[in-house]
Design a protein around this ligand. Structure first.
Ligand SMILES: [Zn+2]
Length: 544
């Protein structure tokens, strides 16, 4: 009896070890950048139940792991799925539903794009954005007459590139109750011969946008799924959405459960009482695809529009320093509240004054070395004596390398040469804690993570400008850039144990590219294509 039991047990062990070796998927004949601590490369790995089962040589993996599906990578490079540590995923989805008027060369071109767009979006408000009359031959602001003729029965609103002006048609003006005698402060309803031309400035824009009906459930779903399709094609498998409301959390959870939404999301809730109430009451949310444990706070505005809060005046506006968006007291109270509930605080800070204010509050509230991973989003301009404040209390600088190459043409005008040296200082920031997460801030920048890699390492634009690169002492190495887009981004989200590298037991999120960005020359990085994207071992994108 004892022997029989032993035989049975032995049989069961052999059976189970055979079952263990069966994989759902193997990828072989690849150059796999594992992005583990040693930055090892292997040529194959096996996946089971959405996780990495084993890594090794192609021969070994093929021999040891009979798999349902085998992918011959044909020698191509494989990386952990890319993580965007700072983006606006839902906002990007919304922007995909509006007419893109950026780069238009005339009002006629605007009308033409809008007419085409209206055919594929035949109902409701017609919304577009991105025009800039400074780019047109006729630099006069447009008039709504053409819009009224073409769209007599639907409201139209087209915002200027900076969002501070818009042109509305008659239907939209009517919806907002704007007529000849309308009075408002902090804005302008432009009139000609006693008739509103449709041009709205500053607060007048808000009068109309506030009348745009909120998205229906079907529209919200479309926003998310359209954004997902584009992001999967770009090789993204996790995205940090920096600043959403609690209502979207429930919606995303449902869409994850129904398996329509596959993108892993790290959501930061906006700095609003209702969002604090929601998350403090509910507690942190963590599933395999959703992680909600942080709040997004805004300290100041942007450098381009001189909304960044500086310690000294703008070099091109001697009387202006920019300003904080809330009182110091507000930031202090919020920090204490978030700390008391043990959540993560992520604060947008661009100017050196905004950064100093937040760094000091963080340092005081955190009190010393810690693992709370409080983040400063952008950390764009830092006074030289303030860099150490990051390392002192392990504050995470969360940066977007494409901002450096987008701003480099005019950032020196705003800041002057001396201050510019301490701006976009990614290497210096990396040295503070030994790691740094990277993102894009899309849709402010493009979604493509390879542009992040290119900007971080080469620090130049696609036209090879400037020749030697912009402030190259702050360039990251290719290894650092890849870590920033994978394992360090995961770490900024407290997720480095489950993703960000291809190691045994971690999630099988990975991409196959047509070129090896670690070895190919600069110009080729920008031409690199994503061939396949996998989340949880499931192919979620394949290049046609
Ligand atoms: Zn942002």
């Amino acid at each position: 009896m004892k022997n029989l039991l032993a035989t049975l047990l032995l049989g069961a062990t052999i059976l189970s070890s055979c079952q263990n070796k069966k994989a759902d998927l193997i990828v072989y004949n690849a150059k796999v950048y594992t992005v583990n601590d040693k930055f090892d490369t292997v040529s194959a790995f096996a996946v089971k139940d959405g996780k990495i089962l084993a890594l090794g040589s192609s021969d070994q993996i093929r021999k040891d792991y009979p798999a349902t599906e085998s992918v011959d990578a044909q020698g191509k490079a494989v990386y952990p799925g890319f993580i965007d540590a700072h983006a606006h995923f839902y906002g990007y989805g919304e922007s995909l539903q509006t007419a893109d008027l950026t780069g238009t060369k005339s009002w006629a071109e605007v009308i033409q794009i809008l007419s085409t767009f209206a055919k594929s979006h035949p109902k409701g408000w017609l919304i577009g954005g991105g025009w800039d009359q400074n780019d047109w031959n006729n630099k006069e602001f447009p008039d709504r007459a053409d819009l009224d003729k073409l769209f007599p029965n639907r409201p139209v609103l087209l915002t200027r590139i900076d969002g501070h002006a818009a042109i509305a048609n008659g239907q939209a003006l009517q919806a907002a109750g704007i007529n000849k005698s309308y009075k408002l402060t902090g804005g302008d309803i432009v009139e000609k011969d006693g008739r509103p031309t449709g041009l709205l400035v500053d607060n007048a824009v808000e009068l109309v946008t506030s009348k745009i009906p909120p998205a229906t459930a079907a529209e919200m779903e479309k926003n998310l799924l359209d954004a997902q399709a584009k992001c999967l094609a770009a090789g993204l498998t996790t995205i940090d959405d920096c600043g959403v409301d609690a209502g979207l959390v429930d919606f995303i959870e449902r869409l994850h459960t129904s398996n329509k939404l596959k993108m892993r999301l790290y959501l930061m809730l906006s700095d609003k009482p209702a969002n604090y109430d929601y998350l403090f009451k509910r507690g942190a949310i963590k599933t395999e695809r959703l992680n909600v444990r942080s709040f997004k706070v805004y300290a100041d505005g942007a450098l381009g529009s001189r909304g960044a809060c500086l310690l000294h005046a703008y070099s091109d506006r001697p009387n202006q320093t920019g300003f904080l968006l809330s009182s110091q007291k507000h930031f202090q109270e919020v920090a204490e509240k978030i700390a008391a509930h043990d959540f993560q605080m992520c604060t947008h800070a661009i100017g050196d004054s905004a950064n100093r204010t937040i760094l000091k509050i963080y340092n005081q509230v955190l009190g010393g070395k810690n693992d709370k991973r409080w983040r400063i989003e952008h950390a764009q301009i830092i006074a030289p004596e303030d860099f150490d404040l990051f390392g002192k209390t392990n504050i995470v600088p969360s940066v977007q390398p494409t901002h450096a190459t987008s701003d480099m043409y005019w950032a020196g005008d705003r800041l002057g040469a001396a201050r510019l040296k301490n701006a976009y200082a990614y290497k210096q920031l990396l040295q503070q804690n030994g790691w740094i997460p990277l993102g894009t801030d899309f849709p402010v920048e493009k979604i493509n993570p390879l542009l992040t890699f290119f900007a971080a390492t080469f620090r130049k634009d696609a036209q090879d400008y400037p020749k030697g690169g912009f402030q190259m002492e702050n360039a990251l190495t290719k290894t650092e850039a890849l870590r920033g887009m994978t394992i360090w981004a995961a770490k900024a989200n407290f997720e480095e144990k489950e993703k960000g590298s291809l190691e045994k037991g971690k999630l099988a999120d990975f991409v196959i590219l047509d070129q090896d960005i670690m070895t190919t020359e600069a110009a080729n990085v920008l031409k690199t294509q994503v061939l396949k994207t996998y989340i949880n071992g499931e192919k979620v994108y394949e290049k046609k």
